[in-house]
Design a protein around this ligand. Structure first.
Ligand SMILES: Cc1cc2nc3c(=O)[nH]c(=O)nc-3n(C[C@H](O)[C@H](O)[C@H](O)COP(=O)(O)OP(=O)(O)OC[C@H]3O[C@@H](n4cnc5c(N)ncnc54)[C@H](O)[C@@H]3O)c2cc1C
Length: 424
């Protein structure tokens, strides 16, 4: 029997394993995939000519746990720069488009006394037809950036997010986020943590003085304490059976919503859009972000790094309700890029070196991209942050009660806090 079993070798599980194993306690990490990192997944081998991020990519501002870890791991990072372009009805304009009534919206949000969904808020206070463009752009933003359903996303949480530092993108780690995962895994191994990959946990039994964890292949592991970092969407889908049932905690998990994301990675033979005359394509020198009315609305480049990569983003209900297979999605990506660059699909295909789609909603070990707050989330997290009989603990981005929910920072913070609780 070990002191602590940790289920999940993502950012939260690894941050916790590192702290606990440093004290000399024995730690076993059970991970369903054949790799560590979870939703941090830098593709470093294969068809792309440089590391590309299939999952997390940006550091959203000056975040204490992330920046401390980058420093320790000696991973440098750089600020994202460049120009934002808007393409609507085929016309192009430069600069970020904020609705004219943005300040009025923020003022009204700050006056709000009771939380409600952002869709209900817009319907109540910005129903007039003169606000229809504002309503559309807020719903699109909530779907695109927070990957959330506007009918569920909390107005209070969005008020806090929009009132904070302007850091929608921010920084990127040089060489990829997985360098942080490599660092954490190495530290854990050096301190004696034992990793079991391809170990899909299916059953958890709580006995009087220990916990038993069983995997799909019939292996059994015993520990004094258990830390679960499995994403709530996986647990909601019925992936784990608890004996005895954890009714209160499972009811709370039902209240945590996870947004979907389908990410497109397109490596071109060259960054042709940077040329003054890119014919037959549209020139967009300095391009960082594109917001468009194409089926895949949002795209970005690696600016200021010159790698010729275009990343596409389909998020929120559009991604959750997707029924297209990966080939059909890649065909949509080519169509969207042809529209954006005002050229034929064949022109795009001739420029593509390699392309890949990653549908996080289809992934059985994440079942979505990241959590967002609804009206019920804070009370659910208050329950989930209490251990079951001082034995079973939950950690991860979705179990973190702060404005960074849904990020790597949240996962690290939650893993560190939980490890400290286990040690106490
Ligand atoms: C497309 C995308 C883009 C993102 N962009 C950003 C960004 O730019 N910036 C940012 O800060 N964050 C971003 N995020 C969010 C960030 O990646 C996550 O918040 C963070 O990595 C979550 O870490 P975690 O440890 O909580 O969960 P995970 O990384 O999901 O770790 C949980 C682990 O549990 C394992 N597991 C699941 N089920 C089982 C089981 N039954 N048995 C054993 N193991 C199991 C999983 O395989 C996984 O390794 C993005 C996420 C996605 C998907």
């Amino acid at each position: 029997m070990v002191d602590v079993i940790i289920i999940g070798a993502g950012a939260a599980g690894l941050a916790a394993a590192r702290i606990i194993s440093k004290t000399g306690k024995t730690v076993t990490v059970l991970e369903a995939r054949n790799r560590a990192g979870g939703r941090i997944y830098t593709l470093r081998e294969g068809d792309f000519s440089f590391p590309v991020e299939a999952g997390a990519e940006f550091i959203h501002g000056n975040l204490p746990h992330t920046t401390a870890l980058l420093k320790e791991a000696e991973v440098s990072f750089y600020e994202t720069t460049g120009t934002t372009w808007n393409i609507h009805d085929g016309d192009v304009s430069e600069g970020e488009l904020f609705p004219d009534e943005w300040d009025e919206l923020l003022t009204k949000l700050r006056e709000l006394e009771h939380d409600m969904s952002i869709a209900e808020f817009l319907d109540r206070y910005f129903r007039d037809t003169k606000y229809s463009a504002l309503r559309d752009s807020i719903v699109r933003f909530v779907q695109g950036y927070d990957a959330a359903d506007a009918n569920k996303a909390s107005a209070f949480a969005l008020r806090d997010e929009w009132s904070g530092e302007d850091s929608l993108t921010g920084y990127r780690p040089h060489g990829g986020y997985s360098l942080l995962i490599d660092f954490l895994v190495n530290e854990c191994l050096q301190q004696g943590s034992v990793f079991h990959f391809n170990s899909v946990v299916r059953e958890i039994y709580q006995h009087n003085d220990h916990v038993e964890v069983k995997t799909g292949s019939g292996e059994s592991f015993l520990s004094k304490k258990l830390l679960i970092t499995i994403p709530p969407a996986v647990i909601k889908a019925g992936g784990i059976v608890f004996t005895p049932a954890l009714d209160e905690h499972m009811d709370a998990i039902q209240k945590i919503e996870t947004g979907s994301v389908i990410k497109f990675l397109v490596e071109f033979k060259s960054a042709f859009w940077e040329k003054e005359n890119a014919s037959p394509h549209r020139s967009m020198p300095g391009l960082q972000f594109i917001f468009s009315d194409a089926y895949i609305r949002t795209w970005w480049t690696q600016q200021p790094v010159p790698d010729p990569l275009f990343t596409g983003w389909l998020a929120g209900p559009d991604a959750a309700h997707n029924t297209k297979d990966n080939d059909a999605l890649l065909a949509e990506a080519v169509k969207a890029l042809a529209y954006i660059f005002r050229c034929s699909q064949q022109d795009i295909e001739q420029q593509v070196k390699t392309m890949k789609v990653i549908n996080w909603g289809d992934d059985p070990f994440s079942r979505g991209a990241y959590a967002y707050k609804t009206v019920d989330t804070n009370s659910a997290i208050a329950i989930l942050s209490q251990p079951v009989h001082n034995t079973i603990y939950f950690a991860g981005e979705a179990y973190y009660n702060g404005s960074e929910m849904g990020t790597v920072e949240a996962a690290l913070a939650s893993g560190i806090t939980c490890a400290q609780k286990i040690l106490a």
